[in-house]
Design a protein around this ligand. Structure first.
Ligand SMILES: Cc1cc2nc3c(=O)[nH]c(=O)nc-3n(C[C@H](O)[C@H](O)[C@H](O)COP(=O)(O)OP(=O)(O)OC[C@H]3O[C@@H](n4cnc5c(N)ncnc54)[C@H](O)[C@@H]3O)c2cc1C
Length: 373
């Protein structure tokens, strides 16, 4: 790809991946032009709380992002404790010595992750074009347009509440087929959702069961509630490029296939893509994402293969075997850590059509996605 040195590098999509890419391009001394089809950043989201995961590496996620030039000035709240319910509704407390995740808000409100990344991109001088879907990038560019199909969905309610801050999760196929339900509360606002990997057609039923469940178990109190939802895409790229275009974030399928924690991988892959293109070395991006993300992706996909087959009996056994006094962050890091046998399993499973690696997307009618099947 040959960009005249003074021409801006073009990026389509102003989500975390696209904005991280633009920041990396500007920090490397080049110009960046970002096209966003909506009139503002964060329009895919609704003010919902999400978790920026901090368990896949020993290094804190903020240190890793800081080294890539992304400042963590958006509102964030560290959580080092989650109460998880097993399929019988029995609570188990999972604690860590360091933050397990940082609660962030998504959407177009001041303080959200999306709005602060936009501010950072503008401070370094990115050109942002809103209400402008990307055109064809004849000289190449970076595509960060988010998911193009729904392999998983997360849907539920956003609400006001007088509850204290808390983080709850529940695993049960009655609440969230092959996934998990969650309830996050901070500063009088809450997000209650089911994150489902199957049976999308019946999402309303699962959402209502989740409301009943959390009402019974923790007395959730919701005021001014409204529905929200969205989808995720785990397409396991072999090569995140086509011709002179490179892909980052969910547009490339960089999503955690086990639980759908895609923000960190979107920021990382966007920053790697931006830095490589700014240096005029697009092939370096292939090398960089493979070095940083591929083994994690394959491991998480293998984990999903097993998790999707556990069912309620398996979840129950998994939770009850969790060692008392263990640190959940260490436990999860261990589960996500690339292992030779998991990578070998990944390669076997990906070629086995009888037991597909990711049994996702089976019941798609394109209500949730853009796969055009
Ligand atoms: C309900 C829900 C809950 C989630 N919870 C979590 C969580 O707790 N933790 C976590 O880590 N992850 C979570 N995720 C996943 C996470 O939000 C995504 O992985 C992350 O936002 C991906 O970033 P991205 O930049 O790749 O894509 P996006 O955030 O989707 O951004 C893509 C941008 O591109 C724009 N765009 C699309 N097409 C075009 C076009 N043709 N031209 C120009 N612009 C275009 C879109 O409008 C959008 O602004 C959740 C996702 C959902 C839906």
């Amino acid at each position: 790809m040959s960009y005249p040195h003074n021409d801006p590098i073009e990026i389509s999509g102003a989500g975390p991946a696209g904005l991280a890419a633009s920041i990396a391009v500007l920090r490397a001394g080049r110009q960046a032009r970002v096209y966003e089809k909506h009139h503002e950043v964060g329009r895919r989201f609704h003010g919902d709380f999400q978790g920026l995961e901090n368990w896949t590496t020993e290094t804190d996620v903020f240190d890793e992002l800081g080294a890539l030039g992304i400042e963590c000035e958006f509102e964030h709240v560290p959580f080092d404790e989650v109460v998880g319910f097993d399929p019988d509704g029995i609570p188990h407390t999972f604690r860590s010595n360091k933050p397990l995740f940082y609660l962030v808000r998504r959407g177009s409100e001041v303080g959200s992750l999306d709005m602060d990344l936009k501010r950072q991109a503008q401070v370094v001088g990115a050109e942002l074009h809103f209400d402008e879907p990307a055109h064809h990038f004849t000289r190449g560019g970076i595509v960060t347009e988010g998911p193009h199909r729904a392999d998983a969905i997360a849907t539920g309610y956003l609400f006001e509440t007088d509850m204290a801050d808390c983080a709850y999760a529940a695993v049960s196929d009655r609440l969230a087929p092959k996934g998990y339900a969650y309830l996050l509360v901070h500063a009088g606002r809450g997000t209650l959702a089911t994150c489902m990997f199957d049976d999308f057609h019946n999402e309303r039923r699962y959402v209502e069961r989740c409301v009943e469940f959390f009402t019974e178990k923790v007395g959730v109190r919701m005021k001014d509630s409204h529905r929200f939802g969205g989808s995720g895409n785990f397409s396991l790229p072999r090569k995140a490029s086509k011709g002179n275009i490179v892909y980052a974030g969910e547009a490339a399928g960089f999503q955690d296939p086990l639980f759908g924690f895609g923000i960190r991988w979107a920021l990382l892959s966007g920053a790697l893509a931006g830095a490589a293109l700014a240096a005029g070395e697009p092939e370096r991006y292939q090398h960089d994402w493979k070095r940083r993300l591929r083994a994690y992706h394959q491991t998480a996909a293998t984990n999903r293969w097993f998790y999707g087959r556990l069912g309620d009996r398996g979840y129950r056994r998994l939770i009850r075997r969790y060692p008392e006094h263990a640190d959940i962050r260490d436990w999860l890091r261990h589960a996500y850590a690339p292992r030779l046998w998991k990578r070998a399993w990944y390669h076997l499973a990906i070629n086995d059509h009888h037991t597909p690696l990711l049994t996702l997307h089976d019941d798609c009618d394109c209500t949730w996605c853009r796969c055009s099947r």
